[in-house]
Design a protein around this ligand. Sequence first.
Ligand code: UD1
Length: 417
Amino acid sequence: MDKLLVSGGRPLVGEARISGAKNAALPIMCAALLTEQALKLDNVPRLMDVRTMAKILALMGVEVGSQDDGRLELRAREIKDPTAGYELVKTMRAAVLVLGPLLARCGRAKVSLPGGCGIGARPVDQHIKGLQAMGAKIDIEHGYMNAIAKRLKGTRIVMDVVTVTGTENLMLAATLAEGATLLENAAREPEVVDLAHCLTAMGARIQGAGTDTIRVEGVRSLSGAQHRVMPDRIETGTYLAAVAAAGGKVRLSGAAPDTVGATVEKLVEAGARVALGADSIEIEMEARPRAVSLTTAPYPGFATDMQAQCMALDSIAAGTGTITETIFENRFMHALELQRLGADISIQGNTAVVKGVERLQGAKVMATDLRASASLVVAGLVAQGETLIDRIYHLDRGYEGLEKKLSALGARIARVR
Ligand code: UD1
């Protein structure tokens, strides 16, 4: 199995291009289920999760074009089998996003329950509850959600927790429902907005995406459309954190600076100089970072998906930072691996207290989830000697060409067997 070998100690210098956002591409691919016509996408990242979603759609009978230079065409002329099986859903929880659109288009769906994952329980009760409020009948049998509905009916849904994919699933379903759906306490993440843009281009009537109240006026049918997937704000944040930790000067192009505010604020607090352009970000870091404290929160708060990378930064910062995780109950797995590199971290409940050390030392470590893997790369870039990161299939789920992009910035990083 592939591993990543990182030799630390070099600053990062140059330019890197940001890829399309995984977390926007996945729900947008599911929008293809809502129409017989072709959905033509641009800026789709080449990632394992995108391939998994393509496989799930293809098994339902969706025509999936080959991914060429960021372009991907999907056409659900006919949905032969509205099923998403356990083998694929268990590798990628976002697969549950097919549930809403399948119900809306076919009136039935069979989707495996995703189960737990490394970072916590991650239930889908809000997805189910919302669809039931719209008139769906959903039975859980043998680990599957069996859902049927005549035509979904618009209604007012107040979500108990802010859930990103939950909001997206219900928004997808509501586009073809009878009447208006009001989603309250909706997620405000930029990926929800990008999905709304794509659906609107397909003929959906959506207002309020990006606020906590989204109104969807159902229509009879949707058409094909062309849509460019937004830039990946977590990939952007990861490179920014890497530069803040390793030092150097980097320009990130093809980015969406207005979506990374909370991360940039923390990196500036750590001592980085950051300049935002229209679609680019420049970061420069000369000195040792200062420790920062942060608490994760739904957007526009500090993203839970950036928490691990900032813990790596705090590990080598001057001073002590506290990191509080409020979204997932078990998202500190990376702390144990960072400790193997010499980090001084103590966990108290959902807070990690990170005392910066002068230097980390390279060691063998294991990636436990996608963003944890990214934090180990950031740490490896500053650690003395070699860091060997095992289980990097996690990284391949969410970072396009990570080692290529970092090598081009001067890092010593290679994929080894
Ligand atoms: C999405 C992102 C993921 C990110 C997360 C939080 C995608 C594909 N993935 O995941 O990268 O880390 O948002 O920003 O976009 N919850 C419930 N019931 C539900 C649904 C969620 O209790 O039905 C809880 C979860 O357990 C968690 C919180 O709500 O504590 C937020 O989860 P959610 O926003 O749903 O995360 P995802 O959409 O799965």
